[in-house]
Every structure is written in C-alpha cells, then in structure tokens.
Design a protein around this ligand. Structure first.
Ligand code: HAS
Length: 549
C-alpha cells in the first residue's frame, strides 16, 4: 500500500506545477532572446525595429538566470518536501500560493520594464546603469515572494519535527531547508542595495549612488545565488539518481555535511567577482579567494559520492575493472542520462571556476566572454540538464501521467542536442575569451582592429551552438507540454533513494540550526565587516545614474 508520503498530494501538485509552468515559459522566452543574441554577435544579423542588443541580453539573463531557476527550484522543493515530509497544511499551502503570486506579479513587472526598453541594465543591474524604478520594484516582489515560500518551507519542516521528535528529517526536506536558509541570508544583500540605494536613486529621491557598495551587496548575494541554483541539482544527484539506477545513497551523512558546508562557505566569497575592482584591499580579496577555494570542497565531496554510488551499484551487478561499472548504468533512461551528462560537464565547468577564482588568472579572464562560457557550462548545462532530467519524472508524477517510450527517446535526443550545442557555444566562448573578447557587448569589429577580427570565427561558432541549443529548447518544451497535458494517464514514481547505511544520530546532529546559522553569520562578518566599513568611510563621490541604451 502507498504510504501517505509516497505520492505528492493533488493540491500540492497543483502548487508545484504552477511554479514549473512559469519556469518553462521563462525558458521559452529567455531561450529565444539567447538565440537572437548569438545571431547578433556573429555579425551576420541585425535586430529589427530598433530593438537594442542590451534589451535582449537583459531579457535573457533575467528570465533564465533569475526566473526559470527560482520558479523551478521552489516548485521542485515544495514537491520534494510534500513527498518526503507529508502533505502541506492548508495554511502553509495558502502562504506558498501567496509567495507564488507575489513572485509572478514581480516577474511580470520586471519583464514589462525590460521589454519596453526602460531597464536594459543586464541581469546584474550594475550601478551606475540606472533602470526604471518599476524594474527594481518588480525584482523586489520576486524576492519577497521567494521569502514567503521560504518561510512556508520552514513552517512545514517545523511541523514535521514536532510530529517526529528526536528523529532526523528526511534528506530531501533537510536539503530544501538548507537551500532556503542560504537563499534568505544571501538575498538580504540584494534587498539592501535595491531598497536603500537603487530604488530611491531611480525615483530621484537621491541623486548619487555608491557604486562599490552596491556591487558588493550584489555579489554578497550573487555568488550564493549560484549555489542556490546548484543545490537542487545536488538534491537530485544525491537523493534521486541512486534510486533511478537501482542503487543506494552512498552516505546520507556525507550529503548533509556537504550541504552544511555550502551554507557556511557560499556567502563570504563575493569578492571573487570583484577581484579587479579598485577600493577593496588585497588582503580581503585574499581571504575571500581562500574561502572560495574552500567552497570547492563540498563539490569535490559530491563528485566522490557520485562516483562511489555508481561504482557500488555497478559492482553489485557484477562489474569488474576500473570503469566496468560504467556499462551497468541505465543509459537509455532520460531521467538518468540528462543529469549524468550534467555531471560530466561539471568537471570542466568546475575547473573553469577554480581558474576564475585564482587571483592572477582572473586578470586574464575577467570581463571576457570566457566567464560567459563558464556559467553556460555550470548553470546552463550542469544545473539545467539536471532540472530537465528531474522534470521527466516530476511533471508526470504531478500531472498524473506517464512518460511514453517515444518521449523518453526524444528526451535522450534533447540531451545529445544540448551537449552538441553547448560544446560549440561554450567552447568557443572560452577560446574567444582567452583571446580577449569582451562579455556583455554587442557585435563590433572595434574599427577593424586585428585582435577583434580574430574573435569573429568563434562568434560564428557561438551562433551555430546557440541555434542548436534553441532546437534543444523546442524539444524540451515539446516534452514538458506532453508530460503536463497530453501523455497517457497513469502513475509515475517520485524516486527517492534509501541510504546504504542510515546513520540517524549523525543526521540528527546535522540539524543544529542555531550553530550552523551562527557559523554562517560569523564567517560573513569576518569576511565583510572591515572592507565594507572601509568602502563607506573612504567613499569617493557617488555616481549619477546613466541610461546608455
Ligand atoms: Fe562560477 C563567475 C568561481 C561554480 C555560475 N559563476 C560565475 C558567473 C556565474 C557563475 C553565473 O572565482 C558569472 C557572474 C557574472 O555575471 O559576472 N564558480 C567559481 C568556482 C566554482 C564555481 C570556484 N559558478 C559555479 C556554479 C555556478 C556558477 C556551480 C552555477 C550554477 N565563478 C567563479 C568566479 C567567477 C565566477 C571566480 C567570477 C569571474 C569573473 O572574473 O567575473 C566552484 O564551485 C566549482 C566547483 C566544482 C567542481 C566540480 C566537481 C564535479 C562534480 C561532477 C562529478 C562528475 C561525475 C560524473 C560523478 C570542483 C561534482 C563522472 C562520470 C564520468 C564518466 C567522468
């Protein structure tokens, strides 16, 4: 018989699906913008009707980096906590819907101001570029909505703890809670810069803005943002993939420890995005680079755990030799194949991150399109392919349908198309970046300078890759629409693996939230207090706002 936590309740399913629909709508629009960008940068295409490249670039970054991710993650996490800790209470579900609508209204507002050309400030909205106040208000609503969802998640977790005293929470619930704490603590930075600096400045209440402070507050948020994207992918890798392949979680405690390390180390590292920024003393950059290299450790632990899971499963099926286990993996199952390809891509992607974080090498790549290549491997491949792989069981589970063999085959083709498209696009971005090609810029031959002419073949390769990726987006949308509305009715499993050797006491010790949040705050204070005070005390005159588009 099905236990009450085996299937996500129909009302919770509706909530999760609503988030997922917005996420995939953002993918469709943001993906189209991405295609147009690569075509413009090839130098062979001009946007019609005077549309600015930077409007399209802002649409792309905001819809894919901020909207697709946040909505998919929150929808997935609500489904995961409902599946593993029981149906949401009516009150929690009510607040989750309030969160959803606040986020959706915020998104609609933000997109309106971007598409009407009033906010071409890119997804990082760096001052002194100044957007219409409506853009900042929309973003604020998006963040406030996500906070409401965060508190709804905590309330659900607290109820489970009350009902199960002395027990460790289910792994997926624990992970969702860590991710939402990470999100709450980090979004305080972006909320501060938007509410205290950018919004009054765009409304004309203040005349000038302290650029360094606003960028610092942005990156205080911006780096943990990338782990907010990554951790749900790790949730799938640790807790779902072992079940799909027929194995067990290598170590529940290791998974929990990795998540706690992400909580500690994701936030006090924002300076690695500002290594070339004047106004921050090298000592503080050094401290944050050191912490950045520490935050690599939980990813290395994850790599180890994944290899161990695959190898243990393969050997249990009789595999021999160093890599014999590879042959035992379910290559024909898109729920496994898409995330696995994501993992493989994360090896060069992570290596690229370590290059970026190394202060001297950062001078070579900073503000070049190499960095764009880096994040198309990390978020747009590792994370996104894992989300696609999760959608292949999550959507039919929630919609009460089943994935047909034909759709599974299409999903395998989709993954291959993505692999080819991204190899072209991200690969050539990395190479062009090493030759000095800038990021965040439209096509230009810079007065036919020989150096700029060298970049053009790579830019054409990016357009080829971008076109292939757009085909990949069409394929995934076909699959998603099928799974949500047209696939045959039936039961689809929400796979959750068991741990090889559950260690309840260790797992329980991992829920010492006061201590974990205390360490997180202490590390933030150590890494940020002195340089931040310095930035305010020794601030140059603030900057007026610029609208350069
Ligand atoms: Fe990054 C810039 C450093 C990870 C996203 N990053 C960005 C930006 C984005 C981004 C969006 O230090 C641009 C922001 C902007 O607009 O300016 N990044 C790092 C480091 C890591 C890292 C050290 N980044 C990510 C992840 C992202 C992401 C994850 C999104 C999800 N990044 C930087 C730096 C910059 C930067 C600088 C600023 C550059 C500049 O100058 O502007 C690390 O967390 C990476 C650790 C990862 C690993 C890989 C572990 C491998 C695993 C896979 C195992 C595979 C298996 C399969 C099991 C060490 C877990 C194997 C099977 C086989 C058959 C082989």
């Amino acid at each position: 018989m099905m236990n009450e936590t085996m299937k996500v309740d129909r009302r919770d399913a509706k909530l999760a699906l609503a988030h997922i629909y917005v996420a995939f709508t953002a993918l469709a629009l943001g993906g189209l913008a991405g295609l147009l960008q690569t075509l413009v940068r090839s130098g062979k295409f001009n946007l019609p009707a005077g549309i600015s490249y930077y409007t399209i670039l802002t649409t792309h970054g905001t819809l894919l980096g901020l909207v697709l991710t946040t909505f998919f993650i929150i929808g997935f996490q609500f489904a995961a906590i409902s599946r593993t800790s029981g149906t949401l209470s009516d009150r929690v579900r009510f607040w989750a819907w309030v969160g959803f609508w606040t986020m959706t209204i915020g998104t609609a507002m933000t997109v309106f101001y971007i598409l009407t050309g009033q906010a071409s400030v890119l997804y990082t909205f760096y001052a002194p570029l100044q957007a219409h106040a409506g853009f900042y208000i929309g973003l604020t609503l998006l963040v406030v909505g996500s906070w409401i969802s965060g508190f709804a998640t905590f309330a659900h977790y607290a109820r489970w703890k009350k009902q199960n005293p002395g027990k460790a929470s289910p792994l997926l619930t624990f992970m969702a809670v860590v991710n939402m704490i990470l999100w709450l603590v980090s979004t305080l930075g972006v909320a501060a810069t938007v509410l205290i600096q950018l919004l009054p400045w765009s409304l004309g209440i203040t005349d000038r803005v302290n650029v360094l402070v606003s960028r610092t507050l942005f990156w205080y948020f911006g780096h943990p943002l990338v782990y907010f994207w990554l951790l749900p992918a790790y949730m799938v890798w640790y807790a779902v993939i072992p079940k799909i392949i027929g194995g067990k979680i290598f170590s529940d405690s290791l998974a929990r420890l990795a998540f706690i390390l992400f909580l500690f180390l994701s936030i006090p590292v924002g300076f690695h995005h500002q290594l070339l920024e004047p106004g921050i003393k090298p000592f503080w950059k050094f401290i944050q680079v050191f912490l950045t290299l520490m935050v690599v450790v939980p990813s290395l632990m994850t790599a180890f755990a994944m290899f161990a899971t695959f190898e243990a499963y393969g050997r249990s099926k009789g595999a021999t030799g160093l890599f014999g286990w590879l042959r035992k993996l379910p290559w024909g199952d898109a729920r496994f194949f898409a995330p696995f390809v994501g993992m493989v891509f994360f090896i060069p992607a992570g290596a690229g991150g370590i290059i970026n974080a190394s202060h001297q090498m950062n001078q070579v790549v900073h503000n070049t399109i190499w960095v764009t290549g880096h994040f198309h491997l990390t978020v747009a491949t590792t994370v996104v392919l894992t989300f696609f792989g999760a959608a292949y069981w999550l959507i039919p589970h929630l919609s009460g349908r089943v994935m047909t063999k034909a759709m599974n085959r299409l999903a395998i083709i989709q993954t291959v198309v993505w692999t080819i498209g991204m190899s072209f696009m991200s690969g050539s971005m990395h190479f062009a970046g090493l030759l000095g090609a800038p990021r965040r810029s439209a096509f230009s031959t810079y007065g036919n300078s020989p150096q700029a002419l060298e970049w053009i073949p790579y830019q054409i390769a990016q357009a080829v890759g971008g076109t292939i990726l757009f085909i990949g987006i069409i394929l995934v949308l076909v699959i998603v629409i099928n799974l949500a509305f047209f696939a045959p009715k039936g039961e689809t499993e929400f796979p959750v693996a068991e741990a090889a050797e559950p260690q309840e006491r260790t797992a329980l010790a991992m829920e010492n939230w006061k201590l974990w949040i205390g360490i997180t705050v202490a590390l933030i204070l150590i890494a940020y207090t002195i340089p931040f005070v310095d930035m305010i005390q020794n601030a140059p005159p603030g900057s007026k706002g610029y609208k350069l588009w």
